[in-house]
Design a protein around this ligand. Structure first.
Ligand code: PSV
Ligand code: MN
Length: 424
């Protein structure tokens, strides 16, 4: 299924007047509005190939209908999202869940839909059918050199697949660690992991980045060999200038101050990428902004401040991606909501009066600091985000449009109601 320009215009038409009234109202009170709109148009969030179907928990999974059954259909789904919001122009693939059988054809198909290939992700957290050695006791940290070599070779193969499609970064998330005290020699596990990562790093094409993603717990419950941003930073620093830390919002212990982590990593030039989601308890992988939108805003506030200090391009210098799971909602609706939440937080953080905030901080005016941040956070910027979409040829309200255009119904008609997408 494709969403034609005409369908977008037809959807927008009856909403235009009301939208223009709301946009005019906010534009009048914010002189820098055109710069915000331009930045929103440029900003793209990659969609993970494994999140286009229903997710589940270890207790089960309730499949949806019309889910994509192969990589082409996953790209088709991302194309639909992108037609609706013009902010989802990239896909991030997980190998081996999505090995492209014909890379040139896949690349051409994605290009037709305006989709590029973001970071490729390796998988040494599951054993695959026919795999020679098991990752039950880890992959890159493993005590057996042959297992470590297998993990390294897999990552090199992932780079090869990514390079064929035009990706320029590899995300390595390791589930390595231990479940019980005494199981693992921490220092040996670190050294083995570092050596393995070094072998992968050496295989990176010249223009590539490597993202080292950390996670506090799960599937290992006593220690993780890349368990927090400190460990990730240590690996990334020892690896070299092409290695960076990747922050996944769900991968922290409760109440961690993620905005502070982000600020310091940016200061050190070691923040590489982001996995957006939201959580109440752990790595819940819920819709971005659904539980704690203020935290999301505070993170974006540090991102914008830090990127501006380093004169970075907001849209291209960091890897932006959603990493969520949709257990009860339509995956595509859920992803549209996530992208919207990201754009709203980004827009609000672009509206923070940084000069005023800095002055208030220098004067220890704590009350004013809070007023400045919350003024931006409490500003209803939805019309600005919608205006950016409108100017870029997308819909004023993506979720409503998805429903009005009967997108899921068409997908079920094309694909049937029993397809199950690969992924977790
Ligand atoms: C692990 O929880 C993670 O966040 C990593 O990014 C994985 O690659 C992804 O989820 C999918 O399992
Ligand atoms: Mn992640």
């Amino acid at each position: 299924m494709r969403i034609e320009k005409r369908a977008v215009e037809e959807f927008n038409e009856p909403l235009l007047k009301e939208h223009q009234r709301k946009f005019r109202f906010i534009a009048e009170s914010f002189p820098g509005i055109e710069d915000v709109v331009a930045k929103l148009i440029d900003f793209q969030v990659a969609i993970p190939s494994w999140a286009l179907g229903s997710g589940g928990t270890r207790f089960g999974r309730f499949a949806g209908a019309g889910e994509p059954g192969n990589l082409e259909e996953k790209i088709e789904d991302v194309g639909l999202l992108h037609s609706l919001n013009k902010s989802s122009g990239a896909i991030s693939m997980h190998i081996p869940w999505d090995i492209p059988s014909n890379p040139n054809a896949i690349k051409a198909f994605a290009a037709q839909l305006g989709i590029r290939f973001d970071a490729v992700n390796s998988n040494t957290f599951q054993d695959q059918p026919g795999q020679e050695l098991s990752y039950k006791f880890g992959s890159m940290q493993h005590v057996d050199k042959a297992v470590r070599r297998q993990a390294v070779e897999h990552n090199i193969e992932v780079i090869r697949h990514g390079a064929e499609l035009g990706s320029e970064s590899l995300t390595v998330w390791l589930s390595d660690g231990s479940c019980f005290p005494g199981q693992l020699n921490f220092k040996r596990a670190f050294q083995n992991t570092l050596e393995s990562l070094q072998a992968v790093y050496e295989a990176l094409p010249a223009n590539w980045k490597m993202f080292v993603e950390y996670k506090a717990y799960e599937p290992n419950f006593y220690s993780m060999s890349v368990g927090d941003w400190g460990q990730s930073y240590l690996y990334a620093s020892k690896l070299g200038p092409k290695a960076y830390t990747l922050v996944d919002l769900g991968h922290h212990l409760a109440n961690a101050n993620i905005e502070q982590i982000v600020a310091l990593l940016l200061m050190e030039g070691k923040l590489g990428g982001f996995h957006f989601n939201d959580s109440k308890y752990g790595d819940d992988d819920l819709t971005v902004g659904s539980i704690n939108p203020y935290q999301l805003f505070l993170i974006f506030n540090e991102l914008v401040a830090g990127m501006d200090e380093r004169k970075m391009n907001h849209a291209t210098d960091l890897g932006w991606m959603i990493d969520a799971s949709h257990n009860v909602k339509d995956p595509l609706e859920d992803l549209l909501q996530s992208v919207e939440a990201i754009m709203i937080s980004y827009a609000q953080s672009l509206m923070v009066d940084r000069k005023k905030l800095n002055d208030a901080q220098m004067n220890n005016d704590v009350t004013l600091c809070q007023e400045i941040l919350q003024h931006a956070y409490r500003t209803d910027v939805r019309a600005i985000v919608a205006e950016a979409r409108l100017r870029d040829g997308a819909t004023l309200h993506p979720v409503d449009a998805f429903r009005k255009m009967n997108v899921r119904k068409s997908l079920i008609k094309d694909r049937g109601s029993k397809t199950v997408a690969t992924g977790l």
